[in-house]
Design a protein around this ligand. Structure first.
Ligand code: PEP
Length: 258
């Protein structure tokens, strides 16, 4: 269907102790083994990053942070930096999650700085974008989503942005059990890719993985992942148990093999 390798990422948010994180990571690593047609990434809380890295051992499962600061070090109480994330073995970092935009005042300008800093350290940014229910009902979905993508990537060219992953996460679908219809998700994903092509060039845009996030579950993953521009999923609630997350990984493998 496409050369883009599907990516299934789990965002554990503020859940799981170190021991719980290790056990869950071990179960996922055992399923994925040392290679898979689908890239799999786990995003534990910061206090569990090192332990999860150890639990993943030699498996192909990657490690993601849920946020970063843009500076490497300095007087930034409470923050983590790309340099420190790299030090603990993170290959990926989620940025611009709607919960951070909504509850922690994260702005497009801050997201752009984080994205640029991650690229310097060769950490794959998973850039979250998405509209609220109010914005969707006002017919502003594409304006909001494409605006967020444009603001986050401003001043960076396709070469610098090479590894970027975008996650389209309609806010009204996160943690609510409401999922975008597969065709509606596809329409937004296609628009994101077309916009990236206009801004930075088509050949790079064609290589960018655009994930869908928002109440992805074992029973809807396959349908969402059957859409041509849905290259994977960013999964919150259903990434918290191996029983739910593994079938979603398998849907990613199914997409790679289709
Ligand atoms: C998320 O927080 O990124 C997310 C998609 O959550 P959920 O799957 O629980 O809706």
């Amino acid at each position: 269907m496409t050369d883009r390798k599907p990516l299934i990422a789990g965002n554990w948010k503020l859940h799981n102790t170190v021991a719980e994180s290790q056990a869950l990571a071990g179960a996922i690593a055992a399923h994925v083994g040392d290679g898979s047609a689908c890239e799999v990434v786990l995003g534990p809380v910061a206090t569990s990053l090192a332990a999860v890295k150890e639990a993943l051992g030699g498996s192909a499962v990657g490690l993601a942070a849920q946020n970063t600061h843009w500076e490497d070090s300095g007087a930034w109480t409470g923050e983590l930096s790309p340099a420190l994330l790299l030090d603990v073995g993170c290959g990926y970092c989620i940025i611009g999650h709607s919960e951070r935009r909504q509850f922690f005042g994260e702005t497009d300008a801050g997201v752009r700085k984080k994205l640029a800093a991650l690229l310097v350290h060769k950490i794959v940014p998973i850039l979250c974008v998405g509209e609220s229910l109010e914005q969707r009902e006002a017919g502003k979905t594409l304006e909001v989503v494409l605006g967020q993508v444009e603001a986050a990537t401003e001043g960076l060219d396709a070469v610098a942005l090479a590894p970027l992953v975008v996650a389209y996460e309609p806010i009204w679908a996160i943690g609510t059990g409401r999922t975008a219809k597969a065709e509606d998700a596809q329409e937004v994903h296609r628009a994101i890719r077309e916009h990236l092509a206009e801004l930075k060039g088509k050949s790079w845009a064609d290589s960018v993985r655009v994930l869908y996030g928002g109440s992805v579950k074992p029973n809807n993953a396959e349908e969402l992942l059957s859409q041509p521009d849905v290259d994977g999923a960013l999964v919150g609630g259903a990434s918290l148990t191996a029983d739910n997350f593994i079938p979603i990984i398998d849907a990613g493998i199914g997409r790679a093999e289709s």
